[in-house]
Design a protein around this ligand. Structure first.
Ligand SMILES: Nc1ncnc2c1ncn2[C@@H]1O[C@H](COP(=O)(O)OP(=O)(O)OP(=O)(O)O)[C@@H](O)[C@H]1O
Ligand SMILES: [Mg+2]
Length: 1033
């Protein structure tokens, strides 16, 4: 096996450099030499076109030149005579299918000899390729009469005959109606037509070889009533078969190369240069892509410092999976904004290389995803959506179509309930699909070994950083360089140069102004602050002492940014931003609306803003580097920084291609010095499984979905599954009081107790099944803690559903987990209550909040009657959402309820997500049928919360309300307008829209339009599909 691997590797490298002709003669197996080799076989027109047809199609689709297409046509198949023979046998069979179609139906002669399947054309073909087919075991088959064959082999031949019969039927059926397989799946157009069938189609090869293998292996075990020669032959055969099986395993892990750029056509390299501006790969990227484990599609975790260029490697592997292996891929990113950014960035690749890019974030995404006949899909998903997507693929038996799963920021496995969701997703993929490859990347991993064990993955680590990072700390008036090798950790570097007045010293005792003015406005600077309020204060304070010159720097661009910020707030604007933006400063935290955040990020990236005062959230994954990063203090809120947080923050320093060096400065007080030394020198934190987080919620919901998805149906199977989790790898550390097995038993008991799982008994023992409520719960991804409550609320709601307005429905989808963050202002509550219609007030009283209660509270009176605080707060939040749906103006609602606009936006987005969860929940429970139609529309309204005409534009990834308004006003009113727009004209017609952004908008719109058209086409095809069980004469 090893020798084989080496050989493959050598070939891969050398073949790239050789001319096409030399490849033909030395490396390319006869059947793989495109049209030439098969074309040389006399009279092989039917089969001969297989390879050439494929070559032609691909040359136009993917390759900039033919060299790309043939350059890497090396494979283990090159020397595998056995597999070559199987291929020819496959061709023989197909040829015979054609032959029979023209002559007699083999089905009429079920006892026909195997040799009778061969036509005279085949013998010519065989002659031409005799060098490969000598001593063929299949020849031996042909010499034997059928009666000499064991039963299993006869069965195999019958299958072959049946196949041929089917093929003949298909040949005769030249309509455009797609053909349905017996299992209900749809065959690809290319596979239907013989003329287009490629000789090297892995599927065909597998089918044929599988049949042979199965038949022969069964023979080995079959009771022997056959002659001694046959027995001997079978012994030889089973030996060959076992060799072939090994070879097949390696082959199935291989990729069909299409060109010299890591198996991809040169066009991909050109696109990377054109769209990303990357001309050459870093050495480590090249090494990583050439790793044996990568070539052999084994799972991989790679870990490099921030800004190391990890994403590009993942993207190249994704492209290989989509184009070369023709399998779908899933790219998991931690935040909605990152997903949108990636969708925008990769849409152009999809258009150029003919694959779909599908967004799974927020309320976007289809479960199960659309089945595509001719194109592969790249799903770009948040953690939660990726989990639902994988569940839906398992449920529909389609997980094998998913060739690759990439997880960015893999260390998030250790991040509370979100980490638990990543673990569940990966564990399911590992357990259910043996062919799906998993790749994880991270900059901060302390215990790669554990993760490797969990993912059964190889590891690649490198400490490359394109721009050198120098870490410093500031203590009093001096700057010290961080050097963990030094005994003291901190080595004196320089005194801080500043001239402060006494008032300034009082205002800025930490000398932040001195530190930032050393770099801005020429270079960029990020100041990480411990709290949101502190971000605003620090930015405001710096501005106070900045010189007037700062106002002149990029004045026009800043004025434009201010206008856009005002537009995004429908005329309202944050007073802090109004004051600080003219100086080139802004703050960045979750209190900003997503539109504001995007405007601020873009302005910072373009150099219009030179400083952002931000919270730690900016550090995760967003590509906003700075020349200098300042950590205002070693705390996040009141917690001392973790090593990984520190690394993520300082890692933003140094912009590749712009700066030659990046630096970070951590501002320290004396009291924090010892802790800080540990912080800068300690090894990375350990990433622990979070399935036991929050009282084992993760394990509970995992087990529920395992049973629901039929992955496991007994306690033993659940145990077996759990032994393949990260929790099992870390059982000793995490399951101290009880073993994992005890936890599993306990969880199953709990699920039974909650009425989510039921047990029945058959001959094999106890069978676990989900109840209807259990199914609704896992299908809706509803937190187990709330599923009971949700069921009760919805049932009660049905009794007297108030549909005069949205209030009642909105109340039912107000997320339970936001309630704890709500503190009603009783005066506002009362004022809002009085504005409700009579039926709305009646509904409020019915759910448990009568007017008298709110009035008393507003008047400051004590209320004797015990009210349910959850209901009271939930209704308050529902009122916020209700106002938002009516006004569609976040700012005025924020003012009305005296809440931050960031909070209101979070409430809105989590309500739209919960609304779609509730929708899926109700879909599984017949009694809730009326909700279905209502919640579909409500999800849509909550997702966009804008006037109806803007919704089609906002469906395009990353187009937010104010941009949609601009586009609409400029005449781009529909998706088709955007998809057909000329990016230059678009950039010219829309203020402050750069050409690059215009390109991305047009590409994303085109992709979305394609997706919608494909979905409709799919529906048409399904409608016209000929039913398999159509009664015949
Ligand atoms: N070979 C290359 N040549 C030049 N620039 C590159 C190359 N590879 C990646 N980059 C650029 O480097 C920057 C950082 O890359 P990337 O976002 O992949 O980093 P990362 O390793 O994922 O870091 P983080 O851990 O911070 O997410 C990006 O702007 C990317 O375009
Ligand atoms: Mg990254």
């Amino acid at each position: 096996m090893n020798a084989e691997k080496q050989e493959i590797k050598v070939r891969r490298v050398s073949s790239r450099k050789r001319s096409r002709d030399s490849l033909k003669s030395h490396l390319t197996p006869a059947k793989k030499r495109g049209s030439t080799s098969l074309g040389q076989c006399p009279d092989s027109t039917e089969n001969g076109v297989f390879t050439s047809a494929m070559a032609d199609i691909k040359a136009t689709e993917y390759c900039s030149d033919n060299e790309d297409l043939f350059g890497d046509y090396d494979s283990i198949l090159g020397d595998s005579s056995f597999l070559a023979k199987l291929d020819y046998a496959e061709q023989d069979e197909r040829q015979h299918g054609l032959h029979c179609a023209a002559n007699t139906d083999p089905a009429d002669k079920p006892d026909a000899d195997f040799t009778s399947l061969r036509s005279s054309k085949d013998s010519l073909l065989k002659q031409a390729c005799d060098d490969i087919l000598t001593d063929s075991i299949l020849d031996d088959f042909r010499d034997e009469s059928l009666k000499d064959l064991p039963a299993t082999q006869r069965e195999f031949q019958e299958e072959v005959l049946e196949d041929a019969k089917r093929n003949k039927r298909r040949e005769g059926d030249k309509t455009s109606t797609p053909f349905r397989n017996t299992d209900g799946t749809v065959e690809e157009e290319t596979e239907r037509a013989f003329g287009n069938k490629t000789a090297s189609s892995p599927k065909a090869k597998r089918r044929m070889t599988d049949q042979v293998k199965r038949a022969l292996l069964c023979n080995a075990a079959a009771p022997s009533s056959v002659s001694r020669t046959v027995v001997l032959k079978e012994a030889v055969v089973s030996e060959e078969i076992s060799f072939a099986m090994q070879a097949m395993e390696t082959v199935s892990a291989k990729t069909t190369d299409l060109g010299p750029f890591f198996g991809l056509p040169t066009k991909v390299k050109d696109l990377i240069c054109k769209l990303k501006g990357i001309k050459n790969l870093y050495d480590w990227q090249e090494t990583c892509l050439n790793l044996d484990c990568v070539q052999e599609r084994r799972n991989l975790i790679y870990s490099l410092p921030t800004s190391g260029g990890k994403t590009l490697v993942a993207e190249i592997l994704i492209l290989r999976e989509l184009l070369c292996r023709k399998k779908d891929s899933l790219f998991i990113l931690p935040y909605v904004a990152l997903v949108q950014e990636k969708v925008r960035g990769l849409a152009s690749f999809g258009l150029e290389l003919d694959f779909m890019v599908e967004e799974y974030a927020g309320s976007k995404g289809r479960f199960p995803p659309m089945k595509r006949r001719n194109r592969r899909s790249l799903y770009i998903a948040t953690i939660e959506k990726a989990h639902s997507l994988v569940n839906s693929l398992i449920e529909t038996n389609r997980l094998d179509n998913l060739g690759l799963v990439v997880v960015d920021e893999l260390h998030m496995l250790g991040d509370g309930s979100r980490g638990a969701v990543i673990e569940m997703t990966l564990a399911k993929v590992l357990y259910v699909s043996k062919t799906t490859q998993i790749i994880g990347m991270s900059a901060t991993l302390g215990n790669i070994k554990d993760l490797q064990k969990f993912l059964r993955a190889e590891n690649y680590t490198n400490d490359f950083r394109p721009v050198q990072l120098r870490e410093y700390v500031k203590l009093k008036d001096s700057i010290y360089e961080v050097d963990p090798k030094e005994e003291d950790c901190f080595k004196f570097s320089r005194p801080l140069n500043f001239k402060y007045s006494s008032s300034m010293q009082k205002m800025d005792p930490d000398h932040i102004i001195a530190l930032v003015t050393e770099v801005i406005p020429t270079h960029s600077c990020l100041v990480f602050c411990p709290t949101k309020k502190n971000c605003e204060n620090v930015a405001g304070m710096i501005c106070k002492y900045l010189k007037e010159e700062f106002l002149l720097h990029k004045e026009a661009e800043k004025a434009l940014l201010l206008r856009e910020l005002r537009n995004s707030g429908n005329g309202s604007m944050c007073p802090v931003l109004r004051k600080i933006v003219p100086y080139g400063l802004a703050y960045h935290h979750s209190g900003l609306t997503s539109e504001e955040r995007k405007l601020v990020e873009d302005a910072y990236s373009d150099g219009v803003l030179c400083l952002l005062a931000c919270t730690s959230t900016l550090a995760a994954g967003i590509n906003l580097p700075a020349r200098r990063v300042i950590l205002r203090s070693p705390y996040v809120a009141t917690d001392f920084l973790k090593r990984s947080q520190y690394k993520q923050m300082v890692g933003r320093a140094g912009r590749a291609g712009i700066d030659t060096m990046g630096e970070s400065i951590l501002i320290l007080q004396d009291k924090d010095k010892t802790m800080a030394k540990k912080l800068v020198s300690a090894p990375m934190e350990i990433c622990y499984s979070n399935l036991m987080h929050d009282n084992g919620k993760g394990v509970l919901s995992l087990i529920l979905s395992l049973i629901g998805l039929n992955i496991t149906n007994s306690l033993e199977q659940v145990k077996d599954f759990m032994s393949a989790t990260l929790l099992h790898v870390q059982e000793r550390q995490l399951c101290v009081e009880r073993s994992l097995w005890e936890i599993v038993q306990e969880c199953v008991g709990l699920l039974k107790g909650k009425g989510l799982v039921a047990v029945s008994t058959d001959a094999q023992g106890e069978i676990l099944q989900v109840t209807k409520l259990g199914k609704a719960t896992y299908k809706g991804s509803v937190d187990l803690t709330y599923s009971d409550e949700l069921y009760k609320d919805l049932s009660k709601g049905l009794e007297s559903l108030m549909l005069d307005s949205f209030l009642h429905l909105v109340y039912l989808v107000t997320p339970y987990d936001m309630i704890s963050q709500c503190k009603p202002d009783w005066m506002i509550y009362f004022r809002q209550f009085t504005l409700l219609s009579a039926s709305e007030q009646k509904m409020s009283a019915a759910v448990g909040v009568p007017e008298s209660f709110v009035a008393r509270k507003a008047a400051g009176q004590t209320v004797k009657k015990n009210m349910n605080p959850v209901v009271v707060k939930r209704l308050y939040l529902a009122l916020v959402l209700f106002n938002l749906l009516k006004e569609t103006n976040l700012w005025s609602v924020a003012e009305k309820f005296q809440l931050s606009r960031g909070f209101i936006q979070t409430l809105l987005s989590s309500s739209s997500a919960f609304c779609s969860c509730v929708l899926h929940f109700t879909e599984e429970l017949e009694e809730f049928w009326p909700f279905k139609a209502l919640l579909v529309e409500l999800t849509r309204r909550l997702s966009y919360c804008v006037t109806a005409e803007l919704i089609p534009l906002m469906e395009v990834a990353g187009v937010m309300e104010s941009r949609a308004k601009q586009l609409y006003n400029a005449g781009y009113k529909t998706l088709a307008h955007l998809a057909n727009a000329d990016p230059s004209a678009l950039a010219k017609n829309v203020e402050n829209l750069y050409k690059k952004q215009a390109n991305q908008i047009v590409a994303s719109a085109k992709m979305l339009l394609n997706e919608k058209a494909a979905a409709l086409q799919e529906e048409v095809d399904d409608l016209l599909m000929m039913p398999l069980d159509l009664p015949q004469l």
